[in-house]
Design a protein around this ligand. Structure first.
Ligand SMILES: [Zn+2]
Length: 295
């Protein structure tokens, strides 16, 4: 499944938030992504019996890859650039040499590549930088020529030491942006404009950042967090201590997950992770048996 639609997070406000989907569906055995989610352990979760999040017939997590577009009065900000087309990723068949309709879907909700003013990669894993660039006449060029690409200082410092990591995505999706002079290296605390700020969320990767959005809506301040891979899958809402095998520092990742859940639970804040399937934007409540998604 692909496509694009508005998320219902800021009704009657100057902010609009859209989800541009590259892929959604059953993706991996739970244990493949999260080693603690063994066949016995996953059966004890609420996730297991929620068909939005788990496919029992295939015994697979339902996951998505999508970018989030935030339109404010001043800016059009793409948070996370997903997989991209034509990228050589032979280790992951779903990522390899894609030819998906992401840019058509983006224009379907009203944005051309020229309209994007900022691109923010929460971190530099291959599934978050893909659309930074596209292949034109055999060259990787920035997809969004008018954008400032914001990269976190700590994240850049770590991966520039190892440009062959992350399926070599640095070479086709980060270096061309640097070469074009479109990159701005920012601190992990950084305000893009009032109501749109980066916050440090280290753990899944060494310099992972998330975006806090605040806007006045229907007479009160509404908050949403676009959190990248702080939480990969809804099963980690009920088990924040379960880190993915792709987390750089599992203990730090799980502590960050817990902190974010405590920050947003029970107060109406929206959570918008990079891989949650539909409905993607969720609110969380806490109870005697931990956190879960509010219906
Ligand atoms: Zn990811």
């Amino acid at each position: 499944m692909s496509g694009a639609f508005a998320l219902p997070v800021f009704p009657d406000s100057t902010f609009e938030v859209y989800r541009i989907i590259e892929f959604e569906g059953p993706f991996r055995d739970p244990e493949h992504l999260i080693p603690s989610a063994t066949p016995d352990a996953i059966k004890t979760t609420r996730t297991y019996s929620d068909p939005r999040f788990f496919d029992q017939a295939e015994h697979k997590l339902i996951m998505a890859f999508h970018g989030i577009v935030v339109r404010t009065e001043k800016s059009v900000i793409l948070v996370d650039a997903c997989l991209g087309n034509d990228k050589h990723r032979p280790m992951v068949s779903e990522w390899h040499m894609r030819s998906g309709p992401f840019l058509n879907d983006l224009s379907g909700v009203g944005f051309t590549t020229d309209d994007i003013t900022h691109v923010l990669c929460t971190h530099l894993h291959a599934d978050h930088v893909g659309w930074n660039t596209r292949l034109i006449d055999g060259q990787w060029v920035p997809t969004f020529p008018n954008a400032t690409y914001l990269f976190g200082r700590e994240e850049m410092a770590f991966w520039e030491q190892d440009p062959d990591a992350n399926h070599k995505s640095w070479q086709d999706s980060v270096q061309p942006v640097l070469d074009a002079g479109l990159a701005e290296i920012v601190d992990s605390h950084h305000e893009i404009e009032p109501g749109v700020s980066l916050l440090p969320a280290f753990g899944h990767s060494p310099g992972h950042v998330m975006v806090k959005l605040e806007a006045n809506t229907q007479g009160k301040t509404q908050t949403a967090y676009v959190i990248g891979d702080v939480i990969h899958h809804p099963v980690q809402v009920e088990h924040p201590e379960w880190s993915s095998q792709f987390c750089w520092n599992a203990d730090l990742a799980s502590a960050m997950r817990q902190t974010v859940l405590e920050t947003i639970a029970d107060n109406g804040s929206w959570l918008i992770p990079a891989h949650f399937p539909t409905p993607t934007a969720v609110r969380v409540e806490s109870g005697h048996d931990g956190f879960w998604i509010k219906d």
